[in-house]
Design a protein around this ligand. Structure first.
Ligand SMILES: O=C(O)CCC(=O)C(=O)O
Length: 320
């Protein structure tokens, strides 16, 4: 008898522990773990580290979610629907203007200005600085290693203010406008820390890439990044190729069969760094080549990764 009653947890647990070879329904795993507010990556990290029996795993899931999981949430997890929202929210008005949506369609990205408040920016930055045991005002601490700082990513997933950012009504509304539905679930993803390069510290991110399979047709999908520091173009800004979503299928078709699209030099397509302010959210179409960039400014870049998408999205099963 399962402690939580959430059917998909058994499959998640058995896959992570190598007890099942079935890896076909990771979209359902993702949905259930995001709906629970736990997230796929932290869960797999826990399972790989602790190799718990199923009961201990379920106890951990319950703990992550407070002391009990509401039965309506269990139903939503089992039936792949999103629980209804509070419809009395003043921010339910459109967040993206007609011009924003036109820009989005043409360029494949859009900036949501002031997606979270100044207070939430400060609380989020403090959460990251504290977690990393570094001081914003003391550059001597910026480069000290931390086990959960890998590349430009920081394995901090859950924190009250980061959770609250995920559920910002302005952010949710912007994604609703893009997807054309309010039946969406938010990812529980990492945060990012990218300090300025020095003589002894070099940028540790990766270049332009895609996080989706390039098997065609590429289903529509989005990604998002919330800037927590004002970010200049040369301050490690997100860099992407505007408009590439409009040509990607043609581009892939004309590549010689032996060419790996992920190894093609895309600089000829004029990638641009996206400068924006602390509290701004950038949403991009996942068909755009994108990546972070070296920080050649004087202050670190702090970010939170998050996006909303429908519970079960159509994905190419084959990774190309
Ligand atoms: O941190 C960034 O600017 C880019 C992040 C990225 O490449 C990703 O989310 O896939």
């Amino acid at each position: 008898m399962s402690l939580t009653g959430i059917v998909q947890l058994k499959s998640i647990w058995s896959k992570a522990l190598g007890l099942s070879k079935n890896d076909s329904d990771w979209d359902k795993d993702n949905f259930v773990l995001n709906l629970l507010g736990i997230g796929l990556l932290p869960t797999f990290q826990f399972l790989h580290e602790h190799k718990p029996d199923f009961e201990s795993f379920e106890k951990w899931v319950i703990q992550q979610h407070g002391m009990a999981i509401d039965s309506s949430l269990v139903d939503a997890c089992n039936n792949y629907f999103v629980q209804s929202e509070d419809s009395n929210n003043p921010y339910q008005e459109a967040v993206l203007s007609a011009d924003d949506l036109k820009f989005w369609n043409e360029n494949g990205y859009v900036i949501v200005k002031n997606a979270i408040t100044f207070e939430d920016v400060n609380a989020s930055k403090k959460a990251i600085w504290d977690f990393l045991q570094k001081e914003e005002e003391d550059a001597n601490t910026w480069y000290q290693p931390h086990p959960d700082w890998q590349g430009i990513m920081v394995n901090l997933y859950r924190h009250p203010t980061l959770d609250s950012n995920r559920h910002s009504v302005r952010i949710k509304k912007a994604f609703e406008q893009i997807w054309g539905t309010n039946q969406l679930v938010v990812t529980t993803d990492k945060v990012g820390y990218n300090p300025p390069e020095t003589d002894s510290f070099k940028y540790r991110g990766i270049g332009l890439h895609w996080d989706t399979s390039l098997a065609t047709p590429i289903p529509f999908g989005v990604q998002g990044i919330l800037y927590l520091t004002d970010t200049l173009p040369h301050q490690g800004a997100l860099t992407l190729v505007p408009g590439f979503h409009l040509i990607i299928h043609e581009w892939l078709k004309q590549l010689p069969t032996e060419t790996n699209p992920r190894e093609v030099d895309l600089t000829t397509f004029h990638p641009i760094p996206i400068a924006a302010n602390a509290g701004d959210l950038i949403i991009w179409n996942h068909a755009l080549p994108h990546g972070s960039s070296p920080n050649r400014a004087s202050l670190p870049r702090l970010v939170q990764y998050l996006y909303w998408s429908p519970p079960i999205t159509q994905l190419q099963q084959k990774w190309l």
